[in-house]
Design a protein around this ligand. Structure first.
Ligand code: RIB
Ligand code: CA
Length: 315
């Protein structure tokens, strides 16, 4: 197994599961994180930026954090405070003012600067709405060739979570998702089919709580809060909470614990009931060339072991 670090840009909307994705990124030791950019989604941009700064400060990560777009390209912002709370990271206590400050360069410009100056291709890992990535691709099309892959959390083959058809990240900015899926850049799509199997239960949370470091305590508090919504609204998951966002990162370093299929995926932007859905051509009915590797299964135990071992290395 290679120990070479994968150069990445993490675009996220912390958000409880985004926060755990950030911990995995730095705790695993497998990523060269060039920058963190924040999207508006789980909460407003002001709050997701603050949350990203607080989490990175907690884990002692020294990385530039760039503020992203305040709203979707053409639509009003909707947030997920019903899941993530008024702060976007309810549960653990964080300082009102983070110890870290955001970098003055805005996210879209920062992505362009990093790709322009990088001698190697960069993998982009979006785990929120795709607004920043779409605006970047529209503004800097010549830099597409510097992107190795986009490994995103979003969409789903068979169902939604914010509407019957649409998953939240895609639903917030469907036009942005269409720009990304039509870009021709290699895409890995971790949708609800796999993330609803990436579950943590009470006994898993206790192991994080007893990890012996501050990161474990905060992670357990995040999972406790995140579980409230899932236990109330997702009885089908039998008390488990879905760790959506870490999947988009974990599949880059441990593809063997995931299972997927290359499919043609298009985004519905004008459906009467289905706007924001990812129309996954799982059985190749359209005979179109695949534009995404759609992941739909996971070895949950191996995933949790990776998370635990990665977070245990943090303060
Ligand atoms: O639908 C789940 C996704 O929406 C996750 O990325 C979660 O953080 C929210 O952004
Ligand atoms: Ca997210």
């Amino acid at each position: 197994m290679t120990t070479e670090k994968i150069p990445v840009i993490l675009d996220c909307d912390p958000g409880h599961d985004d926060a755990i994705m950030l911990m995995l990124a730095f705790g695993s030791g497998r990523f060269d994180v060039k920058a963190v950019t924040t999207s508006a989604g789980n909460q407003t941009q002001e709050k997701t930026l603050r949350n990203a700064l607080n989490i990175l400060s907690l884990i002692g990560a020294n990385v530039p954090v760039h503020r992203g777009c305040d709203k979707p390209m053409f639509r009003d912002l909707i947030i997920a405070d019903h899941v993530h709370g008024a702060t976007g990271l309810d549960g653990p206590e964080f300082p009102p003012e983070p110890a870290l400050n955001p970098h003055p360069v805005p996210a879209v410009q920062a992505i362009a600067d990093i790709l322009t100056n990088s001698p190697e291709k960069i993998t982009i890992v979006p785990t929120g709405p795709l607004t920043n990535i779409a605006v970047f691709l529209l503004a800097y099309p010549h830099l597409k060739s510097k992107i190795e892959r986009i490994s995103l959390m979003g969409g789903g083959i068979s169902r939604g979570n914010i509407t019957p058809a649409a998953e939240f990240n895609i639903f917030v900015d469907p036009e942005a998702a269409a720009v990304v899926f039509e870009s021709g850049i290699p895409i890995t799509m971790c949708g609800l089919d796999v993330t609803h199997k990436a579950l943590v239960f009470e006994e898993d949370i206790q192991r994080f709580r007893n990890m012996g470091n501050q990161t474990g305590k905060v992670t357990a508090a995040l999972m406790d809060f995140f579980s409230i919504y899932y236990r109330q609204e997702r009885p089908e998951l039998n008390g488990g909470a879905a760790l959506h966002d870490p999947c988009a990162l974990a599949c880059l370093i441990h593809p063997e614990i995931f299972h997927g299929k290359n499919c043609f995926v298009r985004i519905e932007t004008q459906g009467r009931y289905t706007t924001g859905s990812t129309d996954v051509d799982f059985f190749n009915a359209l005979k179109q060339p695949p534009n995404a590797h759609v992941i739909y299964d996971i070895d949950r135990e191996a995933f949790l072991k990776l998370l635990y071992n990665s977070l245990k290395t943090l303060p």
